[in-house]
Design a protein around this ligand. Structure first.
Ligand SMILES: [Zn+2]
Length: 266
C-alpha cells in the first residue's frame, strides 16, 4: 500500500511526507503497513520522529537513530532560524503609536463635525468639537503636529459660530469672510435654497389641491430647486424634500382622476 493519506509538504526534507498527530498514530501506521510497503517498495518505514517544521510525527525508512538525532538537530536549528527571522519581521511591523492614533481620532472627529455642520446640526457638531478639544489636551500628542491641529480646530469653531448665527436669525446675511471656506459657503447656500424650497412647497401644495393646470410647471421648478442642494450631505437633505414633492404629485393626480370620474358619470 502506498501511503496517500495525511500528506503534507515538509520544509525540512523539502518533499511531501505523511504527518501524524501523535507518536502513537505514527507507530501504529508502521506496525500495520510495514510488511505491505516493504513488499511493494523494497523498503519500509521503521521508525518515527517528531518534525519541528510540521509540528507532528513523520515516519522514515532510515533505521539509524543516531542519524535521526543529527537530522533532528539540523531541523531544530533550521526551525529556530526561521522563527527568529519571523520575529524580526514582526518587530518591523510595529503597532500604530498612541500619539498617531490620537491624531487620527482628532481628524475623524473633525470630519464628523463637517457632516453635522452640513446637516445644520450644531449641537452634534459641538460634541465632536469638544472631543477634539479633549484630544488637543493630551500631553502625548506630537508637538510638531499640534500647531496645525489647533489651527484646524479654531477654524472649525469659527465656522460653527458662523452657522449658529445664520440659523438663529432668519434674515442674517452670510459672513463674507467665512464665504471663503467651502463648507460654510455650501451651508449658507443650502440654507437659502432650503428656504426657497419651503416657500415653493406651500405654493406647490395649493396648486396640487386645486388640481391647477399650473401644477406640472411649478413641480418642475420645485424639483430643480431641490437639485441645487450641494455638499457632502446633499442626498440626506434632498431625500425628505423629494418625498414631499412626490406626495404633492400624488395629491394632484388624485384630484385630476376624481375630476375625470365626475365628468364621466351621468
Ligand atoms: Zn516535516
Amino acid at each position: 500500500m502506498k501511503p496517500v493519506k495525511n500528506r503534507i509538504f515538509c520544509r525540512a526534507v523539502k518533499h511531501t511526507k505523511m504527518l501524524f498527530e501523535t507518536q502513537e498514530k505514527a507507530e501504529n501506521f508502521i506496525r500495520f503497513n510495514r510488511d505491505e510497503i516493504l513488499q511493494s517498495h523494497g523498503k519500509a518505514p521503521c521508525r518515527c520522529y517528531y518534525c519541528f517544521f510540521c509540528m507532528g510525527w513523520h515516519v522514515t525508512s532510515n533505521p539509524s537513530p543516531e542519524e535521526g538525532i543529527l537530522l533532528d538537530q539540523r531541523d531544530e536549528a533550521l526551525a529556530k532560524n526561521l522563527r527568529e527571522k519571523y520575529l524580526k519581521r514582526k518587530e518591523k511591523i510595529s503597532p500604530i503609536p498612541r500619539p498617531k492614533l490620537m491624531r487620527y481620532a482628532f481628524y475623524e472627529q473633525m470630519r464628523l463635525a463637517d457632516v453635522h455642520i452640513s446637516l445644520f446640526d450644531v449641537e452634534k457638531a459641538e460634541c465632536c468639537m469638544s472631543e477634539c478639544r479633549r484630544i488637543l489636551q493630551e500631553e502625548e500628542l506630537e508637538w510638531h503636529k499640534k500647531d496645525s491641529m489647533i489651527a484646524h480646530y479654531q477654524h472649525q469653531c469659527v465656522i460653527l459660530n458662523g452657522l449658529r448665527s445664520l440659523l438663529a436669525d432668519e434674515n442674517a446675511l452670510p459672513d463674507e469672510q467665512l464665504m471663503k471656506s467651502p463648507i460654510y459657503k455650501i451651508c449658507a447656500n443650502n440654507l437659502s435654497v432650503l428656504k426657497e424650497i419651503d416657500a415653493s412647497y406651500e405654493e406647490l401644495m395649493d396648486l396640487a389641491q386645486a388640481g391647477s393646470p399650473q401644477f406640472p410647471k411649478a413641480r418642475n421648478v420645485h424639483v430643480s430647486l431641490i437639485a441645487r442642494i450641494k455638499g457632502i450631505c446633499k442626498e440626506q437633505l434632498k431625500a425628505g424634500r423629494m418625498k414631499r414633492a412626490y406626495e404633492a404629485e400624488e395629491i394632484y393626480q388624485t384630484i385630476l382622476n376624481n375630476r375625470r370620474d365626475d365628468e364621466e358619470s351621468p
